[in-house]
Design a protein around this ligand. Structure first.
Ligand code: GLN
Length: 536
């Protein structure tokens, strides 16, 4: 039977609970344990698929087509865990299920209540993942901050689980903030005391505290926190700010956090190390041999979380090439106003990520044109591929004002449009082409060169597609359709013949990249951008 680690957060949001949970997973894997990961989100949306990136950050897509919280991306990047539709439990999903059951009559005769019906639904959801994945340890992160009204049912559910299963089966890890007050020259422990106090009020006493801090903690501070928060002396850990998120598991391991977790959960395993991770990932991150500058042209660039997986995949591509990737985040509306040259003339590679809606589209088209005309390596992803299509249609195929029907319904040349099945769609939630689809790579293409195998599978999240009516003219003018979905007869990847490296895909490769296993397209994109540096 799986054991459970519940990760909660206190004092403020954005403490890096997701990274902490993923790092715990990484350490446990190093000890030979299998893990599963769950993120509980207290909002009422069924999933984050309908939220703006400004509200929520990136939507992380799983192989089985779920639109989920970006923390699940951290889990997949740090560990070998596979996440799926059951890995993200939202309040919306929980209520939807309970209300559906109530209407069906499953609770006939009963008053349906938050306790026990909502809490049971949460517990069942958590246990289902542990059972389906048949793992040693299931790590459950509770979103939000302790003290929020909306996360209370989740906290009550994990309190009950520990009561039912016992302390050897469930462990509470609380991530908290230890602010350093510069003028006083000291850490303040009061917010942590209050946050743990809130948890204890609802019946949860944390087993382990991870204190986010910018300066090292002293032994005395740890003892003081242990005493006031009623946790073991050895269970107070510092989670000091690090430059690269991938250092976090190493920093925890150095403090023997994994030993304490195993001991408290009564699990015996030989020691393990993170040597490969340290040698390959951390060393190359800290002391790379080369440097390359990549421009990401998008419309959510002010928010670091909006393109989380893209930025991480670029870093992975850098690690694979022993290269530091400097990412320039460029607002496509600025390019619209002031032209591409001003922002892109010194860049070694250009990437256009996914997106929705018309704002900033013309700026992105200009960025593609700049990459194409100046032989700058280009990677287009989802919307980025659609933009590359529009640019090529307008500027090379002579299809004046060609467009996607997403941006102009009655465009004369709809080079990107909706499939019949999408035209019938009425609801917005979970109705895009979502999740893993197969793709066959064509011979003698840069894509095949990157993947080194013909049959691949990649994750999708979009409604619009390349319009097959234009395939011939594109091919005649120098486009190679290097990746195809044979069954559905869809274009998955296009490349340019007369360009050093111009690859645009309809899917999202960034979701499958890991720090020690960079995605082939990102690896090759960085390699091509490096070659461009050498040429300069
Ligand atoms: N808006 C485009 C579509 O729905 C692209 C989506 C995306 O980039 N994820 O097809």
């Amino acid at each position: 039977m799986s054991k459970f680690i519940f990760v909660t957060g206190g004092v403020v949001s954005s403490l890096g609970k997701g990274i902490a949970a993923a790092s715990i997973g990484k350490m446990l894997e190093a000890r030979g344990l299998s893990t599963a990961s769950i993120k509980c989100d207290p909002y009422l949306n069924v999933d984050p698929g309908t939220m703006s990136p400004f509200q929520h950050g990136e939507v992380y897509v799983t192989d089985d087509g779920a639109e989920t919280d970006l923390d699940l991306g951290h889990y997949e990047r740090f560990t070998n865990t596979k996440v799926g539709k059951d890995s993200n439990i939202t309040t919306g999903k929980v209520y939807y299920s309970v209300i559906t059951k109530e209407r069906r009559g499953d609770y006939l005769g009963k008053t349906v209540q938050i306790i026990p019906h909502i809490t049971n639904e949460i517990k069942d959801g958590i246990k289902k993942v542990a059972k389906d994945q048949d793992v040693d340890v299931t790590i459950v992160e509770i979103g939000g901050t302790v003290g929020d009204i909306e996360s209370l049912p989740f906290l009550e559910a994990i309190r009950q689980m520990k009561w039912e299963m016992g302390a050897n089966y469930c462990l509470n890890v609380h991530v908290t903030l230890l602010p350093y007050i510069r003028s006083a020259g000291e850490h303040k422990t009061k917010p942590t005391q209050h946050s743990v106090g809130r948890l204890r009020e609802i019946g949860i006493t944390p087993d382990i505290l991870l204190c986010r801090t910018e300066k090292h903690m002293t032994k005395e501070q740890k003892e003081k926190i242990a005493l006031f928060c009623s946790v073991d002396r050895e269970a107070v850990f510092e989670a000091i700010d690090v430059k690269y998120i991938y250092e976090v598991p190493v920093a925890f391991k150095k403090q023997n956090l994994d030993n304490l977790i195993l001991r408290k959960l009564n699990i015996k395993r030989p020691d393990g190390d993170l040597k490969r991770w340290e040698d390959f990932v951390i060393k190359r991150l800290k002391n790379p041999a080369k440097e390359v500058s990549i421009s990401v042209v998008g419309k959510y660039i002010t928010l670091p979380d909006a393109y989380k997986s893209i930025y991480e995949a670029l870093v992975h591509g850098g690690i694979a090439n022993n290269t530091r990737v400097i990412i320039n985040k460029i607002d496509s509306e600025d390019i619209e106003k002031f032209g591409a040259k001003k922002y892109l003339k010194d860049t070694n590679g250009i990437l256009i990520p996914g997106g929705f809606g018309t704002r900033g589209i013309e700026g992105k088209i200009k960025a593609v044109q700049f990459a194409r005309e100046n032989n700058i390596p280009f990677l287009g992803i989802c919307l980025g591929m659609q933009i590359a299509t529009i640019e090529f249609a307008r500027n090379i195929c002579g299809l004046k004002n060609a467009n996607s029907t997403e941006f102009e319904k009655s465009t004369k040349y709809p080079v990107i449009n909706l499939l019949e099945e999408q035209k019938k769609v009425k609801n917005m939630g979970a109705t895009m082409r979502l999740g893993a689809y197969p793709c066959k790579l064509q011979k003698k293409t840069k894509s095949l060169q990157a993947y080194k195998k013909e049959n691949i599978s990649e994750r999708h999240r979009h409604r619009y597609e390349f319009n097959n009516e234009y395939r011939k003219i594109f091919e005649k003018k120098g486009v190679v359709f290097s990746g195809l979905n044979i069954k559905k007869n869809l274009v998955e990847i296009l490349e340019l013949k007369n360009h050093p490296w111009f690859v645009a895909c309809q899917f999202h490769p960034e979701f499958k990249s890991k720090p020690d296993r960079a995605h082939p397209l990102f690896q090759q994109f960085i390699a091509a951008s490096l070659a461009a540096v050498a040429d300069k």
